[in-house]
Design a protein around this ligand. Structure first.
Ligand code: ATP
Ligand code: MG
Length: 419
């Protein structure tokens, strides 16, 4: 993509009411637009990152047997009354609205009821199970405070998978697979080294749920981490019984601030019961389906990556989720240099390398370098009269101090071998 055609431009300042680093950098770099507190639009660059995260998650979910679908955002009162979660006194996060001809609808704040209600129509025999449907979807929560940029939205994009199993054993086997899939997702997104499986409150159907907590200073949660095993305990269940039960030693646990990037839950029969979601086993006996839920906020994950990896010059994207692999900068307006930069751009594009080509005119090298640092694309390539004198392209990784001049052929080899 040519940067001259990209309508977004970098900004010196973020809105004055924006206090989170992730939103400040993402707004200044033109990845997102703030509509209001907790509500952001994704601009072309931001959407590219979100799509990459989505694809990583999709691959991992499909690998464990997930089947993608899409539940509706508008939810009916009757369905949610079954599980006793319609009432605002019970769930205070609802956004609700009225229909013109009477009747109320709620905007999904989660998906358990929608899935249970749909699957009631399709599940009747042991042969129908287990199943693992999931979706990517915008979720709406009337959060009291929304000061963490895209890490805590009032409207946010998530992935939620629900497991429907015949018994505890089948459920537990899948649950363990999901732990691994989640660890893969965070590793592949570039924050694996900072993300810990954390024991958290499990609701009424299992002792614990498992959160995936990324250690960053602006995290809203407090966890107690055993650095040797990589296991952590959320403050909400941090007590002598839990510590002992998990075989951990209190003196070794370190208190950390962290953000919950994902959460997996055993639900037991909490939802299958009110929805009468049952199956007939081999002996024609009826049993309630055992459920689990598995969520990840994609915006929260993206914001967490920005918070965790950025430096004082701007964003640093891991290659796996960067909007482009290469940021190609044309410096100066010498015709020969322009021609050479065009040639490099076309060669990279022909080789299926994603390139943002800064072909803008009238900007100083300093301005282009500063923009490249702010945008955080992994490889910076510079074509200038100087690089041409050295018969190549200057290449520098975003987190390196100095670049070096390399021939275009060598660059292609280098890029083929990275990620
Ligand atoms: P929190 O405790 O941070 O409010 P939660 O436990 O209520 O989150 P879940 O219902 O477990 O959230 O949702 C599953 C996942 O969705 C979370 O692990 C998180 O990644 C993401 N998520 C939840 N709330 C938000 C939000 N307001 N903005 C962005 N992502 C969110
Ligand atoms: Mg949670």
């Amino acid at each position: 993509m040519r940067q001259s055609k990209l309508f977004t431009k970098t900004k010196k300042e973020a809105p004055t009411d924006e206090i989170s680093k992730n939103a400040e950098l993402l707004i200044r770099a033109g990845f997102i637009h703030k509509e209001m507190a907790g509500v952001y639009s994704y601009l072309p660059l931001g959407l590219r990152v979100l799509n990459k995260i989505e694809n990583i998650i999709r691959e991992e979910m499909n690998m464990v047997g997930g089947i993608e679908m899409r539940t509706a955002v508008f939810q009916s009162k009757e369905v949610w009354e079954k599980s006793n979660r319609w009432d605002d006194d019970i769930v205070d996060a609802w956004f609700k609205t009225k229909l013109k001809n009477g009747g109320e609808v709620g905007l999904s704040f989660t998906n358990e009821e929608a899935y249970s209600n749909i699957l009631k129509q399709y599940v009747s025999s042991y042969k129908d199970l287990p199943i693992y449907p999931y979706d990517f979807k915008n979720i709406f929560r009337n959060e009291v405070r929304s000061k963490s940029g895209i890490m805590r939205g009032r409207e946010f994009y998530w992935k939620a998978l629900y497991s429907f199993s015949r018994n505890e054993e089948e459920h537990n086997e899948f649950y363990e697979k999901m732990k691994v899939a989640y660890q893969n997702i965070f590793k592949r997104s570039g924050i694996g080294h900072l993300t810990y499986m954390t024991f958290a409150s499990g609701g009424s159907f299992s002792k614990y749920s498992h959160e995936f907590q990324t250690v960053i200073s602006v995290g809203e949660d407090t966890i107690y981490l055993d650095e040797d095993s990589g296991i952590a305990i959320n403050k909400e269940v941090y007590n002598d019984e839990t510590i002992k039960g998990l075989g951990l030693i209190k003196e070794k646990l370190v208190e950390k601030r962290a953000v919950e990037v994902g959460n997996i839950f055993s639900l037991g029969t909490r939802f299958s019961e009110p929805f009468d979601l049952k199956y007939k086993d081999e002996k024609s006996q009826e049993n309630l389906v055992i459920m689990g839920s598995y969520g990840i906020g994609l915006g929260r994950l993206m914001g967490t990556v920005v918070e965790a990896l950025a430096d004082d010059k701007g964003i640093i994207w891991p290659e796996s989720i960067a909007p482009f692999k290469v940021h190609l900068l044309l410096l100066g307006d010498d015709e020969d240099v322009k021609k050479e930069a065009d040639h490099v751009y076309e060669t990279l594009t022909k080789n299926n390398i994603e390139v943002l080509f800064d072909d803008r005119v009238g900007l100083s090298p300093g301005e282009k370098f500063a923009d490249a640092d702010l945008l955080g694309i992994p490889y910076r390539f510079v074509v200038s009269s100087r690089s041409m004198k050295d018969n190549g392209v200057e290449v520098k990784k975003r987190n390196e101090e100095k670049g070096k001049v390399v021939s275009l052929e060598e660059l292609l080899v280098l890029l083929k071998h990275s990620a």
